[in-house]
Design a protein around this ligand. Structure first.
Ligand code: PEP
Ligand code: MN
Length: 699
């Protein structure tokens, strides 16, 4: 035998193989580039072609399998490879049609963070999700879930890939907590089949293993096998990929890790046993989160995730779900989670099939919002969990009618209602607009309901000053039939030397006073960081005139499930005021009450000019309840009764007045505070209290 000749023959064959592999990879690269071209073409065109065309894919698979057969290649192999290739193509097109994973304007790659290291299931999810976008993203492994969420919310990363549920162990609460707390949005999902493997340094019998390390969940999913290994120490360690890496670095052949096949490859380990979990079909669903939601192209079959808080009344959840079902939306998931700030109160997490950018889905969401206390759209993204999602309709076409590229000019409006509709269609607010909601919305605070026929009266001191003061005011407010007790604890004062309020100490006093007389309380918040803690104590939050366009504060108020009273800014137009309310609504909180409190004009006879014309204007433009605070507008107590009557006459849903046991000694706004006698006279003048006044029958 000529071993020299044999060797050179082998080397030649290997070289030829290398050349073929290069050709295969080059061909794949060429194919990916063509797919990108197709995606760009689809992006530029409004044509109705769906991104995923099942029939076309089946045809292609049949065609290549046939080519394989003719060329003498195993058809099953060809079909399997092509399924992967097609899946990759879909992801490349999705990337183009969602914009997720694109480089920034300066060409900087997007940073994607995942938990663990290469070979971790989270890494597989990230790699799978951003397949085809390798040149515009970079993947970084971080140590734990919180670090991932914070990297995104702090702007250190663009996307995080977070595990959210597992077919065996259920929901991952920590991920939901991060999404809530850091106000993250969902821009994608990915499902990974988890195949746990036992990895060692080298081949050996199972009986030689002395220690098994892995992530706790992985260990608990492989109990059967671990129990069968006698005398083995089982140790929880970071995550699966880090455990695999440790087996490699420790170089101890008696140590094994439970991790993925990818981890075996990444750390050059031997796969001693595959599929070692107790139960088959172990899949983990990951979500891709970002700071902002995306608007996927309508041709992508999408899913939309929501967080919903319902009213505390029978059938409240059903009303929300019916609103979605009535619009033909299919729910793929409904889950409740207890609220951390309120025992025995729940938030509902809903996934539905559809894209929030689809006008029909948007209409359904508006209808659901009208039934909910809180509704936040976490995002729309290409779906992975439903095999056969209904094909999305072509972009821009809401009905089956063929898309018309040049709609005829709208006919000139004929009625006043049409004039208003046209006007509202151009406004920078949608959720606050009357356009989507004919009925007045109702906002419940304790037993009081803003937005109904009965005017709701809020009264109390400008500032909480002491226990005696707030207790006395609370008793007076209650005795005359007031519905809500007010009191400022964080005061927005023009001068830094003026009384700034008692802060949380004042809030405790106000809460105590409210409890003592059985009235809900409202207080102002000045800083976003105070919104959640104050919301845990107060029944309603006030955003004051000076903060009407404090957008960080508005967003924070939108993130809590607590009614918000939004005062009109001193220099704000009605539309700016409604657009400010839109911030709160758009961030989830649907319980907004507007409060007109006077604006700056050339007039100096009153502290501010009470713009009562804003009330009918707001009621025409918006479904939100609107109340009037004549105290801060007039600045002087003697005009308050007349202004209260005028406010109710123009349609205000309620009033807010300042009342103090001894206005002359008040630490803020004394001249405008009603005395107890003035307050009693006002209430007598306004007429008998409605059904919520306990002593109603006496008056
Ligand atoms: C208040 O209600 O005490 C207050 C400061 O109101 P405004 O923001 O309307 O001035
Ligand atoms: Mn005041």
């Amino acid at each position: 035998m000529n071993s020299e000749a044999e060797r050179s023959g082998l080397a030649g064959a290997r070289e030829a193989l290398d050349a073929v592999d290069r050709r295969i990879v080059d061909a794949l690269a060429e194919r990916v580039a063509l797919v990108r071209g197709v995606a760009d073409h689809k992006l530029a065109s409004e044509a109705a072609e769906p991104v995923r065309d099942a029939a076309r894919e089946e045809d292609l698979l049949t065609r290549v399998a046939e080519l394989g057969r003719a060329a003498g290649v195993d058809q099953a192999l060809v079909a399997r490879l092509y399924r992967e290739i097609l899946d990759h193509s879909v992801r490349v097109q999705e990337g183009a049609l969602t914009g997720v994973g694109a480089a920034d304007v300066e060409g900087q790659r997007a940073r994607v963070v995942y938990e663990g290291a290469p070979g971790a299931f989270s890494h597989m999810a990230a790699a799978q999700h951003f397949a085809g976008r390798e040149d515009s993203v970079r993947l970084d492994g971080l140590d734990h879930l919180r670090a991932l969420g914070e990297a995104v919310s702090d702007g250190d990363a663009d996307y995080a890939v977070l595990p959210i549920e597992n077919t065996l162990s259920g929901t991952i609460p920590e991920t939901w907590d991060l999404i809530d707390e850091l106000d993250l949005r969902l821009v994608g999902e990915e499902v990974i089949t988890v195949e746990h493997c036992l990895l060692t340094l080298e081949p050996m019998p199972l009986t030689h293993i002395r220690r098994v390390i892995s992530r706790e969940q992985a260990l608990s999913q492989c109990r059967g096998l671990l129990r069968s290994l006698e005398g083995v120490e089982v140790q929880a360690f970071g995550n699966t990929a880090l455990s695999a890496r440790k087996v490699q670095t420790d170089q101890d052949p008696s140590q094994a890790a439970i991790a993925s096949l990818e981890a075996a490859r990444a750390y050059d380990l031997h796969v001693l046993k595959r599929g070692i979990a107790d139960l088959a079909d172990n899949r983990t669903r990951f979500v891709v989160v970002a700071r902002e939601a995306v608007t996927p192209d309508l041709r992508l079959p999408c899913k939309t995730s929501l967080v919903v808080g319902t009213r505390h009344e029978p059938g409240a959840l059903l009303a929300v779900l019916n609103a979605l079902a009535d619009h033909g939306l299919n729910l793929s998931k409904l889950e409740s989670r207890p609220r951390r700030d309120m025992p025995w109160d729940y938030m509902f997490y809903v996934d539905l099939e559809g894209n929030a950018a689809d006008p029909e889905v948007a209409e359904a969401l508006d209808a659901a919002r009208a039934e909910a206390r809180f509704l936040k759209v976490l995002g729309s993204y290409p779906a992975r969990t439903t095999e056969k999602l209904a094909k999305a309709r072509p972009a821009g076409a809401a009905s089956a009618a063929p898309a018309d590229p040049a709609p005829p000019p709208a006919p000139a409006p004929t009625s006043e209602a049409e004039v208003v509709r046209e006007l509202l269609a151009r406004k920078p607010y949608r959720l606050a607009s009357r356009l989507g909601r004919a009925e007045d919305s109702r906002v419940r605070v304790g037993d009081a309901e803003f937005g109904g026929a009965e005017p709701i009266i809020i009264a109390g001191p400008c500032s909480v000053e002491s226990r005696e003061q707030v207790m006395a005011a609370a008793a007076a407010v209650h005795d005359q039939g007031g519905h809500v007790l007010r009191g400022g604890c964080f005061k927005p004062r023009t001068s830094p030397y003026a009384f700034q309020g008692l802060g949380y100490e004042g809030l405790e006093l106000l809460a105590e006073a409210g409890r003592a007389v059985g009235l809900p309380i409202v207080t102002e918040v000045l800083h976003p960081k105070d919104v959640a803690p104050v919301a845990r104590i107060a029944d309603m939050l006030q955003i004051g005139a000076r903060n009407m366009q404090n957008f960080a504060l508005l967003k924070a108020a939108g993130a809590v499930d607590r009614p918000v009273m939004l005062k009109r800014g001193l220099m704000a137009s009605v539309d700016e005021w409604l657009a400010a309310a839109e911030y709160v609504l758009a961030h989830g909180n649907q319980q907004v009450v507007l409060c007109e409190r006077g604006i700056r004009t050339f007039e100096t006879a009153t502290r501010n000019t009470l713009d009562l014309s804003s009330v009918p204007v707001v009621r025409e433009r918006s479904h939100l309840p609107v109340i009037v605070d004549p105290s801060h507008a007039a600045g002087t107590r003697r005009w308050i009764p007349d202004l209260c009557r005028a406010a109710l006459a123009v349609g205000a849903h309620g009033l807010m007045v300042e009342v103090h046991p001894c206005p002359a000694e008040a630490l803020s706004d004394g001249p405008q505070a009603l005395t107890f006698e003035g307050w009693a006279a006002l209430m007598a003048d306004l007429g008998p209290p409605g059904p919520t006044g306990e002593e109603g029958e006496e008056r």
